[in-house]
Write a protein that binds this ligand. Sequence first.
Ligand code: FAD
Length: 379
Amino acid sequence: MKIKIIGAGPAGLYFAALMKRHDPGHDITIYERSRRDATWGFGVVFSDRALEFLRADDEELYQYLTPHMESWPHLTIQVNDSCIPITGNGFAAFGRLELLNLMYAYVEKLGVRIEFQTEIDSLDRVDDADLVVGANGAFSWVRAQNEDRFGTRCDWRPNRFIWWGTSKVFESLSLTFRATGHGVFCAHHYRYSPAMSTFLVEVEEGTWKRAGFDRMSPEDAIRHCETVFAPDLEGHPIISNNSYWRQFPAIWNERWSFGKVVLLGDALRTAHFSIGSGTRLAMEDSVALFKAFKEQGGDVQSALARFQELRMPPMKKIWDAANVSLRWYERMDENLRTMSPIEFAYSYMTRTGRVNHAEVRRRDPGLAQAYEQLHPEVA
Ligand SMILES: Cc1cc2nc3c(=O)[nH]c(=O)nc-3n(C[C@H](O)[C@H](O)[C@H](O)COP(=O)(O)OP(=O)(O)OC[C@H]3O[C@@H](n4cnc5c(N)ncnc54)[C@H](O)[C@@H]3O)c2cc1C
């Protein structure tokens, strides 16, 4: 098959790897508009559970990637001056650039071509392919120009966030909430290399406006957040990498393909970063699309139909959980005002409805016990 993939992110790269590894006869080209050494963002995080999924699907890739990861066994929730470590939640992280570089080397060794600095802006340019994969991220034009065909829904959420980094190396995956005169500031932060951490700041829309971020220069925004999070950064700077304030688009598509064109990864649907699953979901999409082709052979129409059938139920579950999770952050000011630090941490742990009290007790008996003292009715 002749396969053309638009976008060399985790989704496009992994799908190419799986197809080529299975059948070296496939002729696969990936088009990537960025330079080989350029990428946005800092680190990406995988939960232990996400890594187990990868291991179950692809032990070879798991063994290839995991030595390059930073990992830690617990999560820390910092609520102003109260620090609540939560056990039973293991995570691992990579630099996004490192992950992509490892994947570029992996697919190129298999014989896949990656054409960097090549922006594809029309389906006419890839019309000679048997299969065209739109793996060009959350702002995919393949999707945006064909919304009626895909049945696209896009819900722009009101919170504002910005993806920064810092040279402060954190001991665990951490969520820090600091109340200020303008409202609550939340930082999602974790180390992804021995010398760097991701430092993503999220605020409610009202906080963002009251703090004046809509009128503030990028440098002043950094200085403002360095002041808010001074106890956490301990003198380390916040570092920008094409960072800008944005809102999260919760994207869903009713139909995932038309003709020989299919969407994959963030182009297909986005999942809020607070569940740390965007990269995992993108890679699982690739596994499902690959399995559909393995099952249906070269029959593109049947394979694309099978892809949606196979992948929709598990993906919808995580997508729904991500949307519940993002709404929890949209109420963080109210929650912080009305809850004690223990209740706040417990509310965070149970926010998606997928973790009940028994599960909190299994993961972190100390937190469960502290919560039972405040709410004996749950015991
Ligand atoms: C602030 C933030 C924090 C995140 N944190 C995490 C996290 O902690 N953990 C996690 O797992 N995920 C995280 N994610 C999500 C994660 O980055 C994405 O879910 C994941 O990268 C999706 O992979 P993808 O391959 O679908 O798309 P992308 O990684 O977006 O890749 C798409 C690629 O397509 C290229 N492209 C776009 N248009 C064109 C074109 N016209 N022609 C050629 N190439 C094109 C782009 O340059 C890009 O390289 C985060 C996302 C954001 C925004």
